[in-house]
Design a protein around this ligand. Structure first.
Ligand code: OGA
Ligand code: NI
Length: 378
């Protein structure tokens, strides 16, 4: 049967700075000279926000169901590594439920220590504290630029400004970071490696949870050469948080995303058409299913829609790591998971690089998604 070219969905990922093209009424005029939200806040100190930060069709009219940590599955990764065979299969079963039911879960007892996470957050803070001119040096423009800092979501396409500054670095297969602040590079390398180790363990268990051999995803995605993107988001306290948004609803494009924050909440995930607040405890790695795990599993596991709200009390920082396939590996649904009538391949084949580039142009279709805000985004 022919595979429709419309079956790849649009995935507005902030990792590739693809705008969620909501119908925003705000004027696209950017403020003169201000390059980051941080600089804007520090230079005005006002009690209202410029109108180009108004996120007009604001989604807070949608019901907030509650706090996700009351129901999001918790995965004890130490049991996957050193538990009894019974414990391991129990965790694999929990992962299967987490990935198919929620598309996200909380990992505990991992090796990304609280002190390492704190050091990483502090180091990113120092980066954002650099003078604007120094940060400009790292202002990449293309999704394939290995170091990129900026503001908004996809500044070239955004119709409104988002209340968010960012720094993104390729951490694997080649490791790139700015050479300042001092110590940043060492901490970022250690932090990225340890996150990657967690994901390596998870991908084995997730392969098994799909009835595949444990190295299946690793091989299919050529994960040894996988692209790992280290991204820090900086959301200054916002005087009118109900008008602005940090990052609009989107899906991440890798296989899995691991995420931590500085103890200030703002992340929401969409589950069964409702938004849930995600408060991430300090010792937890929050893990999200991303597009390429959805593709590989032929839709059995779903990439999760999420967004970041802002608040008027404190600066929020989050660090998200996208763990993806190798750039030039063709990604497709696992043939083992495709076969009977109801299981035809639901996604077209393409390399991760092609996916990212197509996403930048806004030409990935969202045909098959039922998520409302994403369908509206076309
Ligand atoms: C992202 C993202 C959410 C957050 O960087 O892709 O969704 O909580 N971040 O900052
Ligand atoms: Ni995201």
């Amino acid at each position: 049967k022919a595979i429709s070219s419309l079956t790849i969905h649009e995935s507005c990922s902030c990792f590739s700075s693809m705008a969620s093209a909501m119908s925003m009424k705000a004027s696209p005029v950017h403020p003169p000279k201000i390059t980051t939200v941080k600089a804007l806040v520090e230079s005005t100190g006002s009690s209202s926000i410029p109108s180009f930060y108004n996120f007009t069709p604001y989604l807070r009219d949608e019901p907030i169901a509650g706090d996700a940590e009351d129901s999001v599955p918790i995965i004890d990764i130490s049991l996957l590594v050193s538990g009894t065979p019974e414990q391991q299969s129990q965790i694999i079963h929990q992962l299967s439920k987490a990935c198919s039911d929620w598309g996200c879960f909380m990992v505990i007892n991992h090796d990304v220590t609280e002190s390492l996470t704190k050091a990483m957050i502090a180091s990113f803070q120092e980066f954002f504290d650099l003078p604007e001119e120094e940060k400009k040096e790292y202002q990449g423009n293309h999704v394939m630029d290995p170091i990129r800092c900026g503001t908004g979501f996809n500044p070239s396409m955004d119709k409104a400004n988002y209340w968010r500054d960012f720094l993104k670095c390729f951490a694997h297969p080649e490791f790139h970071t700015p050479n300042k602040p001092a110590g940043f590079s060492e901490i970022a390398l250690e932090f990225s490696k340890r996150n990657r180790e967690v994901v390596t363990v998870l991908l084995k268990a997730i392969s098994k949870s799909l009835g595949l051999e444990e190295s299946y995803i690793n091989k299919a995605a050529n994960f040894e050469l996988g692209l790992q993107l280290l991204a820090a988001n900086y959301y200054p306290a916002c005087p009118e948080p109900e008008k602005a948004i940090g990052i609009p609803a989107h899906y991440d494009h890798g296989l899995l995303t691991t995420l931590v924050n500085n103890g200030v909440s703002g992340l929401q995930v969409k589950h069964k058409e409702k938004w849930f607040n995600v408060n991430i405890p300090a010792n937890v790695l929050f893990v999200q299913v991303a597009d390429h795990l959805e593709i590989l599993s032929n839709g059995k596991y779903k990439s999760i829609s999420h967004r970041a709200l802002v608040n008027n009390k404190a600066t929020r920082m989050s660090i998200a790591l996208a763990h993806g396939p190798a750039l030039d590996t063709v990604m497709r649904p696992a043939p083992e998971l495709v076969g009977n009538e109801s299981d035809q391949p639901a996604y077209v084949e393409m390399t991760y690089r092609e996916f990212l580039e197509l996403q930048q142009t806004g030409r990935l279709s969202s045909k098959f998604r039922s998520d409302t805000e994403q369908s509206k985004a076309v």
